[in-house]
Unconditional design. Structure first.
Ligand code: S3P
Ligand code: PEP
Length: 433
């Protein structure tokens, strides 16, 4: 597709971004294994979350959807049924890994498969720790397809080997089915939606003040809830970065989730000299706020391993910020980017180089000199089939004068189907001079 041209008058307006992807997945999963009904408002109706929704329908859970409102008639922790055929995880790592943890403790056998990208992503990080709890999971050379034979699970005291909320969540969903309380210790704090939401559904998950040690009590019965999914910080991020970088911009993003395990980009923007003001903060359940962003000149930044989990999905955008900062930025400790929907380090370096950005690939990140003027040498960009790469490139196109093409633009459907409409709505506003 043809990408939007540089908006001379900047970006303007107000947007409500779609619901949070992580919370939407978990809402379906926890609703399905609860007793009673769960209602999710502002559910993310993107391909990844629909993979979760469909998988649970196949596991025998009645689920109705009307636009972005979803009603789940929970069947309880022991009410899931043998699905009769392999479950399609689509492109979604979150669906796959969380379901593995849950189905490890059920009474039937399931097979999971996914698309080509998902079938390349590592699954032993989940199957191996689950095996310590007694799970019987057979992965194919470390990848999907996976066969899960439900088994009685025992408690575990386990130190996670990767900073991954997906692995942590898989273990928590297994641990609520175990015979005794379990303790999980993270390397670094990662998004804590599973812990917070499980407690809202009536479970007993305690996180120590170190934010790393998590105690999970076995939980025979959860109770359905009604909740509104906050706007996804990872989707809002595209507009936070676009309005920062395109001069004369001012955009308001309504009701964005600002859970501190997700706000790495806000902290990085602040350190770089960005301008984001939080308004109307709400602290019930998952905290939310309206974010008002205006254009700013940026300083370079150094970020390392400890900064990564809270900004993991926004790192391609951090690279874009760095490409307009007035110096050399270094992003390291981000090796996890190599095992996302695509190798996001290689994809960012390759595509940014087409725009003449001075970027160097590191084993676990990038080095970028934002002082070098961009010079488009190949106007045909490629999402590499990865939604976050595609959307980052669409934002980059707002910063160049030449018309650019994007191959694989449809990948945005994975997490943000309305992305191009929302982008058009803030780039085409007429401003009186
Ligand atoms: O738990 C989740 O909902 C997610 C965790 C992160 O993955 P990892 O846990 O593999 O880092 C993130 O990249 C993904 O988009 C969503
Ligand atoms: C990595 C992502 O998702 P998942 O792991 O669920 O495929 C993402 O949305 O950027």
């Amino acid at each position: 597709m043809q990408l939007a041209a540089r908006p001379v008058a900047g970006l303007h307006g107000e947007l409500t971004v779609p619901g949070d992807k992580s919370i939407s997945h978990r809402g379906i999963i926890l609703g399905a294994i609860s007793e009673g009904d769960t209602v999710l408002h502002h559910f993310l109706t993107a391909a990844d979350c629909l993979s979760t929704l469909t998988a649970f329908q196949q596991l025998g859970v009645p689920i109705e959807r009307d636009g972005t409102t979803v009603m789940i008639h929970g069947v309880g922790l022991h009410g899931l049924k043998y699905p009769g055929k392999p479950l399609d995880m689509g492109n979604s790592g979150t669906t796959t890994r969380l379901i593995m943890g849950l189905l490890a403790g059920q009474r039937f056998e399931t097979t999971l498969f996914g698309d080509a990208s998902l079938s390349n992503r590592p699954m032993r990080r989940v199957s191996e720790p689950l095996a310590k709890m007694g799970a019987d999971i057979c992965v194919t050379e470390g990848h999907l397809p996976a066969r899960i034979r439900g088994h009685h699970l025992h408690a575990v005291n386990y130190q996670l080997q990767v900073a991954s909320a997906q692995v942590k969540s898989a273990l928590i969903l297994a641990a609520i089915q175990a015979d005794q309380p379990s303790t999980l210790i993270e390397k670094l704090p990662t998004r804590n939606h599973t812990e917070k939401m499980l407690n809202a559904f009536g479970a007993d998950i305690q996180t120590e003040s170190d934010k790393l040690t998590i105690h999970v009590a076995p939980q025979p019965a959860l109770k359905g809830v009604e909740l509104t999914v906050p706007g996804d910080m990872s989707s809002a991020a595209f507009f936070l970065v676009a309005a920062t970088l395109v001069p004369h911009s001012k955009v308001t993003l309504k009701n964005v989730g600002i859970n501190e395990t997700r706000t790495g980009l806000l902290k990085i923007l602040k350190r770089m000299g960005g301008n984001v003001v939080e308004r109307h903060r709400q602290d019930r359940g998952e905290p939310t706020a309206d974010l008002v962003v205006t254009s700013a000149a940026l300083k370079p930044i150094e970020i390392g391993e400890a900064d990564i989990p809270a900004v993991i999905d926004e790192l391609p955008l951090v690279a874009l910020l760095a490409a307009k900062a007035n110096g050399i930025s270094r992003i390291t400790g981000a090796g996890e980017l190599r095992v996302k929907e695509t190798d996001r380090i290689a994809a960012v370096v390759r595509e940014f180089s087409k725009l003449g950005i001075a970027i160097r690939e590191l084993p676990d990140g990038f080095m970028i000199d934002g002082r070098q003027p961009w010079q488009v040498n190949k106007p045909k960009l490629d999402s590499h089939g990865d939604h976050r790469i595609g959307m980052t490139l669409a934002i980059a196109s707002l910063l160049v004068d030449e018309p650019l093409q994007l191959d694989g633009a449809e990948s945005v459907n994975i997490s943000y189907p309305e992305f191009f409409d929302d982008l058009a709505s803030v780039t085409s506003v007429e401003i009186d001079s």
